[in-house]
Design a protein around this ligand. Structure first.
Ligand code: COS
Length: 382
């Protein structure tokens, strides 16, 4: 049986997210982009509405949604402000998911409930100055000291790096063991020896805050080790498999926004005595945009459905991310082309979509990494 119909709950979530974005997010989006203003008030309200614990089970205060409903929401938020999409995606599909699936009862009680309500904002830090795509080369080390771990190292490209309350941090507990010596820790923001620094001045996603983290003998209680000593790399890889579906949805949202702006503009703008949408070259661009968005959305929803039905979604999430982020970049570039000079200035917003789309091909695994993941899965299944 195959169905392309969304459930009633997914449609309700999509409608609620769309209403919220139009009423609460759209009015300030340009100001936040231009001035790099973090959307604190918006996140606070999203917590009250249940969007900070979308997939968390109700017993921990979450909304208990499936992945399909979650990505419908991420797509809607990203259509209006991709930075909000990013913050929500990292918080929900990396941080919440890790604490819920790998955390123990103590960690879930203490942290997941607060993450799900929005009282705490979560950040995820795997990347380092010398460990990006090659994630096993972690230089941050964790040394046992009585009932604590002492963590030392530098993390970078951390979404919500200076605004989060809880950080998932990966570190080497045994260098000799390579990726099997990496462990995962939960660190509270005011932990002694832990600090965030150097807020990045980014090309896009300017209202999300991206920082480096410094750890100098940061004191982390042993109760905050997640998933056991040496279990960290598996946690990182498995959470990124799910996180990538969120980034694919973000890219679909950005692409959809660029397409809708282009469709509207092409009907209003006249050249050579007719609306430009009546020129076949513009029609070709619009047709390509719509077709690629449809294909990207189908890949993304299929990956989410595989995850919800407990099937292997490694290849599907990598394919969805690879394709959706590629077409989002193509479509936002074409959107500027359709708008001509107006596309190059802030007022028409498509230049923001173009800037926001770029990083989707880079974070949570570059497009090059997605090719590797897909090829490995193909070869595994021969
Ligand atoms: N899902 C689950 N497990 C995975 C996995 C995945 N997608 N990819 C790798 N693993 C597992 C492997 O099965 C292996 O497990 P075992 O030790 O039990 O055999 C282990 O992880 C190590 O894998 P591998 O030997 O393939 O490691 P490599 O160093 O060769 O490469 C890649 C792994 C490149 C796939 C990994 O480093 C990666 O995904 N890099 C990108 C990291 C990333 O996305 N960074 C962005 C961070 S957020 S800004």
């Amino acid at each position: 049986m195959i169905s392309f119909e969304m459930s009633e709950i997914t449609e309700q979530i999509r409608t609620a997210a769309r209403k919220f974005t139009q009423e609460e997010i759209a009015p300030g989006v340009i100001d936040r982009d231009v001035n790099s203003i973090f959307p604190s008030d918006i996140l606070h309200t999203l917590g009250e509405l249940g969007f900070m614990g979308m997939m968390v089970q109700p017993e921990y205060g979450g909304s208990g949604l499936d992945t399909v409903s979650y990505i419908a929401a991420i797509e809607e938020f990203s259509k209006v402000e991709a930075s909000v999409g990013t913050i929500l995606s990292v918080h929900n599909s990396l941080v919440n998911w890790i604490v819920e699936y790998f955390g123990n009862d103590f960690q879930k009680e203490k942290y997941l409930t607060r993450l799900a309500s929005g009282e705490f904002l979560g950040a995820f830090s795997l990347s380092e100055p010398e460990a990006g795509s090659d994630a096993t080369r972690q230089h941050t080390i964790a040394v046992k000291d009585g009932k604590n771990w002492l963590l030392t190292g530098t993390k970078n490209w951390v979404t919500s790096g200076s605004t989060a309350d809880i950080y998932i941090v990966f570190a080497q507990t045994n260098k000799e063991l390579g990726h099997k010596g990496i462990s995962c820790f939960l660190i509270e923001k005011d932990t002694p020896g832990f600090s965030s620094s150097k807020k990045e001045d980014k090309m896009g996603l300017r209202s999300s805050d991206t920082c480096s983290l410094g750890l100098l003998n940061a004191v982390v209680p042993e109760d905050n080790l997640i998933g056991g000593v040496g279990g960290g790399f598996r946690i990182a890889m498995e959470s990124l498999n799910g996180g990538r579906i969120g980034i694919a949805a973000q890219a679909v949202g950005i692409a959809q926004a660029a397409y809708e702006a282009s469709l509207k503009y092409s009907q209003e703008r006249h050249s050579f005595g007719k609306p430009i949408c009546e020129h076949q070259l513009i029609q070709q661009k619009l047709a390509r945009m719509a077709t690629n968005i449809e294909a990207a959305r189908l890949l993304t929803y299929k990956a989410a459905w595989l995850k919800d039905t407990h099937q292997n979604y490694i290849q599907a999430s990598a394919m969805a991310k690879l394709f959706a982020t590629t077409i989002a970049n193509d479509i936002t570039r074409e959107a500027i082309q359709i708008h001509g000079g107006y596309g190059y200035v802030r007022e028409y917003q498509v230049e923001r979509f173009f800037r926001d789309a770029k990083v989707t091909e880079i974070y949570e695994g570059t497009s090059e990494i997605q090719h590797i993941v897909i090829a490995r899965e193909l070869l595994k299944n021969c």
